[in-house]
Write a protein that binds this ligand. Structure first.
Ligand code: ATP
Length: 549
């Protein structure tokens, strides 16, 4: 049986939300194209973020010392920046993953993933009293079977693990059947693992995640440049430009939506880990003394943003990083994580990180990067390893007449991960009556109306008696009011409803036999299936009202 994630992926392709990039050539790993409906959906996600973050500051009065709304301004910085930016930011030296090659599968994996999952599985081979039983072996195998990105590699390692006791080997067809629970049952009877194990991986090696390119036709090593791995640095290097040009006063935020690129070792899980993706980032600059309160403010406000757009709090967690996980300059970092269906029960995947970054970034771009910041031995004279801009990026507060380097709170979200979470959350299978009143299973996307790619569908019940003309009139009026709508007169009415349910259209408007008599039409609600009659000339107003909520 197909699992939920496979069904979502299937729907996305079938209905034009997402396609593999360059699919007719076999695709390219880690890159995705948004189809007609996916493009609308993602645009709605971006627009909601922009409108809610840049446009709305109604909560300002609850903030520390706030007597007026704070400014949030936009920026679009270039994808390729001065190479020194990435040296000073630390990405050049520190932005890497460790990779291992598996000698069994000839594939490459992220070391921390393989290691983490294996350690977790191995722990389960022993029961509380330290013995191995068939149920601990079963737990071990199940953990491996549930591994997402690293399953092949773990299977190979498990094969070695058990293979040491050669007598089990012929009983086990690991590679193809590990996922079958029946097989796991069988295995747990047959196998008692040996505690020793053989490694099947090469030593972990560092791998920088930045895509490198060359500037100019005659470019050599000195002309190497990088595609940005985050949009954040664009905001830091423009801090002074923004302050000098737009009269913003601290506290204020700079917001940017744009593409970022990371040469991920194992792009997996649909769009969750891609090599090209879009970020929605805020750098919020504040007084150092107020930064903790702003950190809490943004953490909560960002969490609430997802729930306000329909993500259930049951599937969304705010995970505060432990002290040991924090970068040395950071006072706090929290991840907003979603229970994606491709993850094992109880596990969550990051949608957004909200980080308190102190004055680290602005200071680095002023003063440069010392060796000690890069975790390498301090050089003799404590000279910066990489020189900063030398520009003064401090802020002069004309109230207190003081000059200081602002602290930064950074809510950094992924537009593609958010879009995927909204898709997963919306995916629902329920039952609804068909044209003959018989209950049938139906697939629907319960998008929040703000996110739905199409807001309303207009149907003439039949293609005569003036119904198509009346429906076309409604359709035109909705479009003119800026409501993205569709017109459909193909097939039985029940099938037309199902087609709209499956792409998440919240409202269907039908012109029927009664319309000519009393000038009313039906409006059907996607989720409740409730139908009400509304005067023809009130349809746009009614839909506008419902969309506002
Ligand atoms: P991960 O640990 O999953 O690699 P990260 O902690 O490196 O993510 P950040 O550097 O904090 O991620 O980036 C901020 C946001 O950008 C993430 O929360 C995520 O939404 C998005 N993002 C980062 N990497 C990717 C990717 N490879 N594909 C899609 N979105 C991404």
């Amino acid at each position: 049986e197909e699992n939920t994630m496979d069904q979502i992926v299937g729907l996305c392709k079938r209905r034009g939300f997402l396609f593999q990039s360059s699919e007719i050539y076999g695709g390219v790993n880690g890159f995705w194209d948004y189809g007609p409906l996916g493009t609308e959906l993602k645009r709605n996600v971006r627009d909601a973020w922009w409108k809610d973050m840049v446009g709305a500051h109604d909560e300002f009065s609850t903030l520390p010392n706030a007597t007026k709304p704070f400014s949030m301004v936009g920026l679009e910085s270039s994808i390729i920046m001065h190479p020194q930016v990435w040296k000073v930011s630390g990405h050049y030296d520190l932005f890497h993953d460790h990779m291992v090659d598996c000698t069994e599968t000839n594939k490459r994996y992220r070391f921390d993933h393989v290691q983490g999952r294996w350690a977790e599985a191995e722990k389960k081979t022993k029961s509380d009293d330290g013995t191995e039983t068939s149920s601990t072996v079963k737990a071990f195998i199940t953990t491996i079977a549930q591994a997402d990105e690293t399953q092949d590699a773990l299977v190979a390692q498990a094969l070695k693990f058990f293979g040491l006791k050669g007598k089990y080997k012929d009983k086990i067809n690991w590679t193809s059947e590990l996922l079958s629970l029946e097989k796991i049952d069988q295995l747990s009877e047959a196998v008692a693992p040996d505690a020793s194990k053989a490694g099947t991986f090469t030593e972990p090696r560092e791998f920088n995640l930045m895509f490198k390119t060359t500037l100019g036709a005659l470019g050599g090593e000195d002309d190497a440049a990088f595609l940005r791995p985050e949009t954040a640095q664009g905001m830091f290097v423009n801090f002074k430009n923004v302050v000098d040009s737009s009269r913003v006063k601290i506290p204020f935020g700079i917001c940017q939506i744009g593409k970022s690129f990371r040469n991920e070792i194992t792009p997996r899980n649909f769009t969750f880990r891609s090599r090209e993706f879009e970020q929605m980032e805020i750098e919020f600059f504040c007084y150092p003394g107020e930064s903790s309160e702003w950190y809490t403010y943004w953490r909560n406000r960002r969490y609430n943003w997802y729930t306000s757009l329909g993500i259930s709090p049951d599937n969304l967690i705010l995970r505060e990083h432990h002290k040991e996980e924090l970068a040395h300059y950071s006072v706090g970092t929290a991840d907003i994580e979603y229970a994606f269906p491709f993850l094992p029960q109880g596990e969550y995947g990051e949608l957004e990180g909200v980080a308190h970054r102190g004055d680290f970034d602005l200071r680095s771009h002023m003063e440069g990067k010392l060796d000690k910041d890069l975790n390498v031995q301090l050089n003799e004279h404590d000279q910066p390893k990489y020189r900063g801009s030398g520009k003064d990026l401090s802020y002069f507060d004309d109230q207190s007449r003081e000059r200081f380097i602002p602290h930064v709170i950074e809510p950094s979200a992924g537009a593609d991960r958010a879009t995927l979470a909204f898709l997963c959350e919306a995916y629902t299978v329920d039952e609804a009556p068909d044209d003959k009143g018989k209950m049938q299973s139906r697939t629907l996307l319960k998008f929040h109306p703000r996110l739905a790619p199409i807001k309303a569908a207009v149907f003439p019940l039949i293609k005569k008696e003036g119904m198509p003309e009346a429906a076309a009139g409604i359709y035109r009026e909705l479009r003119e009011a800026g409501i993205n709508s569709t017109f459909d007169q193909q097939g039985a009415i029940g099938r037309r409803y199902r087609r709209q349910d499956e792409i998440g259209t919240p409202y269907c408007i039908t012109v029927d036999g009664q319309t000519a008599e009393d000038q009313t039409v039906t409006i059907r609600d996607r989720d409740s299936l409730e139908q009400v009659r509304v005067p023809l000339n009130k349809v746009t107003e009614e839909i506008q009202g419902r969309l506002k909520g």
